[in-house]
Design a protein around this ligand. Sequence first.
Ligand code: NAP
Length: 530
Amino acid sequence: MGADTGLLDVVVVGAGFSGLYALDRLRAHGFACHAYEAAGGVGGTWYWNRYPGARCDVASLDYCYLHDRDLYRSWAWTERFASQPEILRYAEHFAQSRGLYPHITFGTAITAAAFDDGLWRLTTDRGDTVVTRFLVTAVGCMSAAHTPPLPGLDHFEGRVLHTGRWPHGEVDLTGRVGVVGVGSSGIQLIPEVARSASELTVFQRTANFSVPARNRPLTQADRDAAVAGYAQRVAEARTTRFGHAVTGTGQAILDTPPTERAAALDQRWAHGGTHIVATFTDTGRDLEANAVLADYFRDRVRETVQDPETARALTPTGYPIGTKRLCVDTGYYETFNLPHVRLVDLREDPIAEITVDGVRTARGHHRLDTLVLATGFDAFTGPLLRMGITGRGGHALAEEWRDGPRSYLGLAVAGFPNLFTITGPGSTLVLSNVMRALEHHVDWVLEALIHLRDNGITEFEAEAAAQRDWVGQVAELAGRTLYPHTDSYYLGANIDGKPRVFAPYAGGLDAYRRACEEIAREGYRGFRTA
Ligand code: NAP
């Protein structure tokens, strides 16, 4: 679809889980719509992040669409935490079974989007122009891969890979491999690389907290139980903070005797997965309580890693647990007991430059054949700002967000009429199950679009005052948590020069949904219509 496209009702940007769902729902309700996707296929983050070890850290039975009971019943997830290929197959199955492929243009990025005279005019990197009444961005919050400005990177003559832009097909990870970054991606990748590499050097700036996944195959009985509990899951999507059930003890860690604390944490550590951080009620808001939980994790590192110096470097310190995303691993710490795996602690031995054949740090030179950057993303705002969006009066979104993202509900931006941002900054983002969030956002946007169509409304725009109030709420909620204590991508702190603003709504998906629903019920309070 190119320059000859007629006027569309809606253009969806992105064909990951939110874009596919949006396209399906919009088409089902008679909107003339089309999607543009930069990748060569569907799946969004699961299309790009195909590095060895990539899998979801939310349980498969929760990390899938819930809106269609038959789909939920018929798709047989094979593992507790699904691997990237299986999640990608699921996305492809959805697109195929809903007949979405003809309505998506692949390999085509939107490079400019301008609101002009009541319409959005989009430009693609193929030079096409597309005109639409409404623009729905479904670009994900973790899709703009970030390559840090490592001096000399261009000079490296070996292969440079980024986890967030992993190539298709077989990738040779034998020989001497270096990995920079130990976030969720690095921690998943490192044990896999250790299997094939003759030497593996891990360059770590900040040690992360990580919990074992304890992944396992799912049985038919697991799947049957999930299907039997479908209605409850749907209810929990509305009534829980994360969009799925997370069961804690209901007690404060500081009010719990040490033996009971240890027993509760041991039980969850043995079970695996991120739910361990919700064991107690006070660890997310009280520094003293948080330190007790953090110490539990630190003890697990020390008892696993044999070399005391390596154990010390791998032990996270200096920030509260949970204020960077908790990592989920399979054999991560054990990997450092292997004789061909070495850790370079960049806090003590920083990178001086990348050379033609390796990485020079303050203390030495590490020869490499392959350098893997597991250095994360320009999260939340990056994908939107890279689209070159300009709103009313030619005002650029990049300008509007110069001091940090400002949005109403994370779904709309004042000055940018007829634009909806699925999982935009100011929504719950990665603080809730993103599948539950995106289904909610798409349903909310669809209802708004139907309302506009039914009422002959052609312009729909967040009011500046409502947006200010929402931004204030997001900041206030963040202030009640420990998140602002830590430099993280939640705050934009991983990108040089990015304004330090906590982007996610930290009040929980349940409260977020109630707010959105109330606003809709009150005739879209805080939106100007024309
Ligand atoms: P990330 O959490 O941002 O981690 C990036 C890593 O690169 C950090 O260790 C960071 O160190 C390091 N780094 C960045 N710039 C560096 C530099 N100039 N020099 C040295 N080190 C540098 O990114 P990610 O691991 O890709 O994960 C991002 C998010 O994607 C996750 O939090 C999660 O939401 C999602 N994800 C999920 C899964 C899953 O479901 N299991 C898997 C992968 C990703 P510092 O900490 O010092 O900045």
